[in-house]
Write a protein that binds this ligand. Sequence first.
Ligand code: GTP
Length: 409
Amino acid sequence: MIAKSTKHKKKEKKLKRERKGEESADTRSSSRAFPPSRLSAPPPAAMEDDDDCPPLAVELPPRVPSPPAPAPSDASPVGVTVITGYLGAGKSTLVNYILNEQHGKRIAVILNEFGEEIGVERAMINEGQGGALVEEWVELANGCVCCSVKHSLVQALEQLVQRKDRMDHILLETTGLADPAPLVSVLWLDDQLESSIRLDSIITVIDAKNFRVQIDEHKNFSSFPEAFHQIAFADVVILNKIDLVKDNVEDLEKHIHDVNALVTVVRSVRCQVDLNEVFNRQAYGAKNSSHLQELLDYSKSIPPDRRHDNSISTLCIYEQDPVNLAKVESWLEDLLWEKKSTLDIYRCKGILYIHDSDQVHTLQAVREVYEVMPARKWLETESRMNKIVVIGRNLDINALQDSFSGCKG
Ligand SMILES: Nc1nc2c(ncn2[C@@H]2O[C@H](COP(=O)(O)OP(=O)(O)OP(=O)(O)O)[C@@H](O)[C@H]2O)c(=O)[nH]1
């Protein structure tokens, strides 16, 4: 068994210089997909070299314990919190944190996964011990909730609301590539669901370390449209992974407010936020709804091909035989740090079948930071195998599968 290992590499300065060059060569302003009232194009910010020294400790405000939540009456609609945020930002970390905190609420969770991810996302969620009770899990397969599975989402919600007496609140965790607009319209406008659920708030988790890259690339190439839509729709932004950035947090907050002037920004490490920021925000009462309507109307006018970055794809590596942990680490480092091939990997997550270990290991990687850790014992009934979801650009399944097979041993 190994201890948890989180590794990240000092990013090559060369890469950053190239990005700066591209920025100055292309002076076109980016076309942003938000209503002007929500947005003013931020001036290009100089990239800070935040990877060369260890990050400074950042002081977070003291956490105030959340008071116990009042029990809802059966007649009142169940609140739904949508948790969105780009790949690897910390959505599952937030769900785990909520499930494990003492807040007195019975929580149901809906996970939205791509087809390939089935079982992987679920492995990342810890239902809580003595914390919240998870009443129901509904995994939505076969696509992203914002595009193809609206129907399944409505079905999942309908099933859940039939058990309303067994839950106080629903968390809906979207995939990192979800555009919130279509699912918000389901939650907010669907007639059948209207009396049973109410959209309580939209929380967008941002990876403070990678946000800078997203801002810069978005300006010039309209990359990461999902990341910016997610901010535009948020009621609360959790600016997470503050432990990985040295300074410039105020600057990041300014960029967030440039996209969404009304949003509340909460800084965090591992999404440890005051849960009053999460529950019962009632962000869509009569007072605030015109604002959401404005966003939805605007979002409808965006052509579908500009809602998603279509150059990003997802694939899955499978391997039945056990693998050697040291070889897997070296494989990851070649892939994420050395970048010997043209593969551009944003996100990896998976379960590993490690030789000589009775533990399921989880693998997490966001850009060049990765983490492998033992999660729990394999069950007698489970068939042991490796399964890794990879999300990025220029992905080559054969090259990835072959190189991972080299980790057997
Ligand atoms: N250093 C650091 N790591 C974090 C923090 N929050 C989350 N992580 C790590 O970031 C990785 C991704 O976190 P997840 O919660 O799985 O992210 P996600 O948004 O659910 O990712 P997707 O499944 O791609 O949508 C994991 O390895 C986490 O342990 C943080 O505040 N600091």
